[in-house]
Design a binder for this molecule. Structure first.
Ligand SMILES: Nc1nc2c(ncn2[C@@H]2O[C@H](COP(=O)(O)OP(=O)(O)O)[C@@H](O)[C@H]2O)c(=O)[nH]1
Ligand SMILES: [Mg+2]
Length: 375
C-alpha cells in the first residue's frame, strides 16, 4: 500500500480524461486516456473531449444502469473505481441499491500467461455468445496495468469487433495501485454489469502474481488457457494454477501446434487425478481450442454450460457464492482498516522515522508496528 501518489501517478493526472468522467474530477479518478497504437500500427493521437458532462445524481445512475445505458454504466463504474470519499459515498449507495438485481449472471474467470491468447479467445467466445443472444460483459483485472496502461490498450485493440457489438460491453482494468484495490473495483463493476442485464461476465486476468487467486474468489468458474510446446503445463502445475482450474484449455491448437497441444493435453490429463479438484463433484476437463480461428470455442462453451448445470444440481455453485461473500466481507474490512490507518496524521508523521529505525536495527518490525498502531 502506498498512501502517497508517486511521480508516475502525478504525471498520469495531466493526461486527458475519458469523456464520461465528470468535469470536476481530481486525482482520485483512476482512468486516463493513454496514447495508443491503432490496428494498422500507426500511433493514434489522443483527442480529449472538453464538452461539459451533466453531473449525475444517485437516481440517474440507478435508472441508467437498470436501463443498460452504456454511457451511464461506464460512468457508474468510474464512480465505483474512484478513491475519493465523496464518490465512494454515492458509489456504495448505488451498489447497495442494485444488489437485488445482481447474481444472475454466469461469472467466468479466464487466465493464462501473457501471450497465450486470452483476449483473442474472449473475443471469439464473446462474439459467439452475442450471436446467440447473450449479453456479454468483459472485465479485465490486471494489477500490472496500473502504471503502464499497456495491457489496457492491447485488449481494447484486440477486442475491437466484440467492443462494437451492441450486446457486448468491455471495461479495461482499473488502475487501483494495489491488487486489493483493483479487486474491489472489479467486483463492484461486475455487480453493476449484472444489474445492467449482462448475463455472461468474462473476467480476464494476467497470469502473474496473486491475480489468479483474486479472480478465482469472485467468479463461479475458472478457465485456464495453456500454451502448447512451451512447458507451460509443467509451470502451471508447479505454480498451482492448474489446481484452481475448473476447465483447462490448451489454446493455439492450430497448424503445426496441434501435436504439441495434444501432448500437453495428455500430460495434463495424466496429472489431474493426483490434484485436488477445484470444485467438489466436478473433474476438470482438458480441451483443445484456437481462439483466433474459433476452433473448439463452441465445445468450451458446452463444457462451461455443463459445469454450471452440474454446480446448480449439486449445490456447489451456491455454496461457493456464499463463501465468496464472507471472504469479500473480510477483505473489505481489512482494506478499510488499512486505508484508515495510513490516513491517520500520527501515522503519516511517524512512518518514515519508524521505517528508518527498523532498517537500522534500532527497532524490531514488531515493535515498530505496535508503536504506529498506538499501543
Ligand atoms: N496461432 C495462434 N495464435 C493466436 C491464437 N490466439 C491468439 N494468437 C496470437 O497470440 C498473440 C497474443 O494474443 P492475445 O489474445 O493478445 O493474448 P493475451 O496476452 O493472452 O491476451 C497474438 O499475436 C495473437 O494473434 C490462436 O488461436 N492461434
Ligand atoms: Mg490480453
Amino acid at each position: 500500500m502506498n498512501p502517497e501518489p508517486d511521480k508516475t501517478a502525478r504525471e498520469q493526472c495531466r493526461q486527458p480524461r475519458p469523456d464520461w468522467v465528470t468535469p470536476d474530477c481530481g486525482n482520485e479518478f483512476t482512468t486516463w486516456i493513454m496514447q495508443g497504437v491503432n490496428p494498422t500500427g500507426t500511433v493514434a493521437a489522443v483527442q480529449p473531449k472538453h464538452e461539459q458532462r451533466r453531473v449525475l445524481g444517485l437516481n440517474d445512475y440507478l435508472l441508467g444502469v437498470r436501463a443498460c445505458d452504456p454511457a451511464i454504466l461506464a460512468r457508474a463504474i468510474t464512480l465505483v473505481e474512484s478513491n475519493a470519499a465523496h464518490h465512494q459515498h454515492v458509489a456504495q449507495q448505488l451498489v447497495n441499491l442494485i444488489l437485488p438485481d445482481t447474481g444472475k449472471a454466469m461469472r467466468i474467470g479466464i487466465t493464462g500467461i501473457p501471450g497465450v491468447g486470452k483476449s483473442t479467445f474472449i473475443e471469439s467466445l464473446g462474439l459467439m455468445l452475442c450471436e446467440q443472444g447473450h449479453r456479454v460483459a468483459v472485465l479485465a483485472v490486471d494489477p500490472t496495468s496500473a502504471r503502464t496502461g499497456g495491457s489496457i490498450l492491447g485488449d481494447k485493440v484486440r477486442m475491437e469487433r466484440l467492443g462494437r457489438h451492441p450486446l457486448a460491453y468491455i471495461r479495461p482494468s482499473p488502475a487501483g495501485g494495489s491488487l486489493g484495490g483493483v479487486a474491489r473495483k472489479s467486483r463492484e463493476a461486475m455487480l453493476l454489469c449484472e444489474a445492467a442485464g449482462y448475463d455472461v461476465i468474462l473476467v480476464e486476468t494476467v497470469g502473474v502474481g496473486q491475480s489468479e487467486v483474486t479472480v478465482r474468489s469472485m467468479v463461479d468458474c475458472f478457465l485456464v488457457l495453456m500454451m502448447p510446446g512451451t512447458g507451460d503445463e509443467v509451470q502451471g502445475i508447479k505454480k498451482g494454477v492448474v489446481e484452481l482450474a475448473d476447465l483447462l484449455v490448451v489454446n493455439k491448437a492450430d497448424g503445426e501446434n496441434v501435436p504439441k497441444a495434444q501432448r500437453a493435453r495428455a500430460e495434463l490429463l495424466g496429472v489431474l487425478p493426483y490434484l485436488r479438484a477445484a470444485t467438489e463433484g466436478w473433474s476438470t476437463p482438458v480441451l483443445l481450442a484456437a481462439g483466433q480461428s474459433g476452433i473448439g470455442v463452441a465445445e468450451v462453451w458446452l463444457k462451461l454450460k455443463e459445469f454450471f448445470e452440474t454446480g446448480k444440481g449439486t449445490g456447489s455453485m451456491a455454496e461457493r457464492r456464499e463463501q465468496q461473500a464472507v471472504q469479500w466481507l473480510h477483505a473489505l474490512i481489512k482494506e478499510s482498516l488499512t486505508t484508515e490507518f495510513y490516513r491517520r496524521p500520527a501515522v503519516k508523521s511517524q512512518l518514515m522515522a519508524v521505517e528508518m529505525a527498523v532498517v537500522e536495527g534500532q527497532l524490531s518490525a514488531y515493535a515498530g508496528a505496535r508503536k504506529l498502531l498506538g499501543n
